[in-house]
Design a protein around this ligand. Sequence first.
Ligand code: ANZ
Ligand code: ZN
Length: 859
Amino acid sequence: MDSRYNPAEIEEKWHKTWDELGLNRTDTNSAKPKFYSLGMFPYPSGSLHMGHVRNYTITDVIARLKRMQGYRVLHPMGWDAFGLPAENAAIDRGVLPGKWTYQNIEQMRSQLKRLGLFIDWERELATCSPDYYRWTQWIFLQFFHAGLAYQKEAAVNWDPVDQTVVANEQVDSEGRSWRSGAIVERKLLRQWFLKITDYAEELLQDLDKLPGWPERVKLMQANWIGKSTGAYLEFPIVDSQDKVAVYTTRPDTVYGVSYVVLAPEHPLTMQVTTPENKPAVAAFIKEVANQSELERTAEDKPKRGMPTGGYVINPFTGEKVPIWIADYVLYEYGTGAVMGVPAHDARDFKFAKEQNLPIQVVIIPEGGDPAAKLTAAYTEPGVLVNSQQFDGMASGDAKQAITEYAQTQGFGQPRVQYRLRDWLISRQRYWGAPIPIIHCPECGAVPVPEADLPVVLPEEVEFSGRGGSPLAKLADWVNVPCPSCGTPAKRETDTMDTFIDSSWYYLRFTDAKNETQPFAREKVNDFMPVDQYVGGIEHAILHLLYSRFFTKVLRDRGLLNFDEPFQRLLTQGMVQGLTYMNPNKADKDKWVPTYLVDPKDPRDPKTGEPLKLVYATMSKSKGNGVAPEDVIAKYGVDTARMFILFKAPPEKDLEWDEADVEGQFRFLNRVWRLVTEFINNPQAAKDSHNSTHPQSKSEKDLRRSIHTAIKEISEDVEDGYQFNTAISELMKLSNALADADCQNSPVYREGIETLLILLAPFAPHISEELWHLLGNQDSVHTQNWLKHDPAALITDEITLVIQINGKRRGDLPAPASLDKTGLEQFARESEIAKKYIEGKEIKKVIVVPGKLVNFVVAG
Ligand code: ANZ
Ligand code: ZN
């Protein structure tokens, strides 16, 4: 028999056979429990990178394992195929977005197929295909009918380079768009929103139903939702019927209000401004309108503002308080107005100092001096002073008492506030799902009738360059009669945020071919929720929050019957490669692509400065990527998988290291040799039936190793997918086989078979090939996962420690069968004991069975 391991040959062969046998298809035998293993679907950029390979290797191992453990497994794949890069390609290269996208899908599909993953390709979907986005549009209409999709004039983040709106969450901490990297501007536009705020409380509460999610992801979601509790208080405007409503988390400080501040965009701003202040206020409003939210709220920036000349009355004191406007008050949060309490809020303190506004202390530390001068805001809890009937009360109690008082007096009430905003979903872009709405001059926004879905995205369009949606220029497409009254009307030309497409794709996989509904209720309820979801931490907030929101809305529409889409979540670490870094530079500028550097004398090609070699997340710009196809060509898929799984636990970053890749290749070669030598041994046992009665010490030892491996690996994969330690156990088992002295025994055959079954989910091709070389007709992947035999783990030898007067003098192997008396006798006769007790009086012997014998001697 050929003793050479040739991965390329066997991998291709088994892909074909598995396909023919349909092993990768979803088992629909409903007698089995279900398991849904899902990796976050990729954007079809055109080439598979190592992060993808890691992601889908993890879900594949889980899928294969669960399958062997008796589950019917759903492990699908699709394409998150709408989005801006396709449009940019159209602009830059003149290729139609649809064509570009489908070509990329072709290419990535064949790269994925080369990995031999057990993916049910019959359920493949692409979000840009009309048979998918038809249902995206249908779901949008569900939101619309539920009153959860609405239009509103909004100050939006405008990306001046890509000429599109980006959501708040798509702007980074420096105020840059995640798309183009340009600093975003503010612009007023009529936009579509989804009312995710209606679900804020449930999205927060239900995090408790997700014990299988990483704590840090749940914390990020909770912070994003940002629940706070406080009070809503109304300050009547002097000489007006109107009131300024504020939201405060510190009603206990209301006697310390020095001023109230309106957001410049607040509708009352111009009304309260006195004529002489109007020009300055109007100019200020205009200026602020161009700033991003981040600029306005940055901690380190001076707070800018000005008086309006108007006043309110503090309803608690009856005092007149000036109304200001300032950039740090955001129109979209709370009521868009705040009460300024400089003594107890850091931001107000700064502002009052800068603007020379009075500072009135109303909370002091227990036993503190009410007259002491503040050098900074006192923001800790304390005792109330200068607060009339509330003086002397603890600030915590005062929050409630003051809110209750306001409520009985009719100028306030308790209020819960969330930082979460409604989700802005309209994009002035082409390559997305058209929003299925027709704007009629008579009826307003009219939904496209369900029978007319999908609203097809015209494929042949002209890209004249960036700026505006090409859809708006297609008169034939835009102009349609109103579905309700027949008046000439216009289609909505905005398309949906691509996060909408990915908010429900996991549902579609349960019934991907359905032509009459997005999914059948019984199918979605059968396979959902996803049992194990795997993807990058970059999706910790948005994608996961949106998906949870969609699930809850669809549940409330009666389309499905579960509360949460993803039972367990694994956020995989990044794949890192070695790259050069200039330690004198910051951020993006510090990376120098490896291909520009002479490894013998690594220097910055621009400045000549010496460079450091470090691990960093693989990326094109750093030039430190390792192409999956190169690794596969050199070592095969199984080695790539083994390396990825062995090098780091799935949630940790993984440092690509060629030497370790080779190490795994050598291991697989060892397995190959071990099994082929066994096959070539004419005396080898023909079956392993009698292996349960090992006779010789070698047989017993080997059998213990076999069942230890089964036990340990089963625990490792159950317990947080510790694939790295599982692979260590496989290595131990292969060593035990190599060292065993019973090649002809049925136990040895049991060992070989066990090794292949346990290896199968990790290195599926080599284990299948060897399984067949062993003479098996069926697939190793249809074998049942193994259960360990507890009897095999029992050792018949213990290590006995000998003590003299409690002091350890040595140890020796002893038969496990000995009882207390037998052990004492055995210990007395040992060389160690003889040496120490000869000629001495033994006063007492203490025996701990299985462990030690202690001789207490005199003298
Ligand atoms: C008076 C006060 C006194 C406040 C004090 C704090 C300390 P969270 O916890 O994030 O909900 N605030 C309210 N609406 C605002 C807006 N639209 N723009 C900017 N700031 C706003 O924060 C609530 C607190 O943030 C509120 O409580 C308010 O200031 C401010 F010693 O009211 B506070
Ligand atoms: Zn109409």
